[in-house]
Design a protein around this ligand. Sequence first.
Ligand SMILES: [Zn+2]
Length: 339
Amino acid sequence: MSAVTAGMVCSHHHLYSALARGMPAPPRQPTRFLEILEQVWWRLDVALDEEMIRWSAMLGAVEALQSGTTAIVDHHESPSAIDGSLSIIAEACAEVGVRTNLAYGVTDRHGPDGARRGLAENERFLRGGGRGMVGVHAAFTCSDHTLSAAAALAADCGVGVHIHVAEGPDDADAGMRLDALARDDWWLVHCVYLDRDLPGTIAHNPRSNMNNGVGYARPASRPNRVALGTDGIGADMLEEARLAYVRLREDDVLASPDTVWQWLENGYVLFPEARDDRVTWSYDHADSGWHVVFTPGIRALQVEVDGEVLLHDGRPTRVDVDEVRAKAAEQARRLFTRL
Ligand SMILES: [Zn+2]
């Protein structure tokens, strides 16, 4: 039993949502999942510019580090600032010291030109040596042509596709649309309404699914490898694991904390080197799932990556956390004004 673990991996994040907290209420009350997308997230992402992307990523990375998370699988969309956006996120996170696997969420929501530019951003980033996957928003916002193009680009770049799959009822035919395309290296997010098994890793985000009222994904009932993400609600993986555990137990009272602990472990598929990161926690059994799921409030005190202390006494060492919060708050104000 130990207070020291490897670095945590957040297996599905949207760093830009760091600025969304406290955003103005939408003009109409969303009553179902598609309306939440239309009235909250699709109004927000179209308003993002480069400075907002930079400071939301910086704040998201700082908060990840403060939660003992040293690696983030991010899914990004900023339809008004596509070109170069993945590099902005990569640089901001690298400055803090957090590892990233990035993808731009391609979609036909903004016409064929928007989809083409999204694909081009994935290609530019990956071929330039960036670490990531080819992002797709979701099958239900893409034509078959765009889905095929994304799959082909990913195969050509030797990476998977990072895509939301059947998160809500509006995407219930995702299984049929992706059946002939999906491969073992795909990153399938949510899979709540998926009507068949697809090859790939399932990124499970229980808090987000509950928040959107879409139902329980029952990831343990699938044959796939399952990894745990937050879908943009921070990057505190012990917190997400606790919630994942009680949601799992609500569905199956025979389920064990070991299952959820394995979901955390599975993030190392994309970041094997994060196993060597060292996180010292405020609790002396932080390396045991059986302790962690019943122990709220465990804090990361120190984080070491490649021998460098990146978090000391709970504060990041490379950047000034107060300055990052102030800059991000300034960008949040700009964003809210646009909304
Ligand atoms: Zn997501």
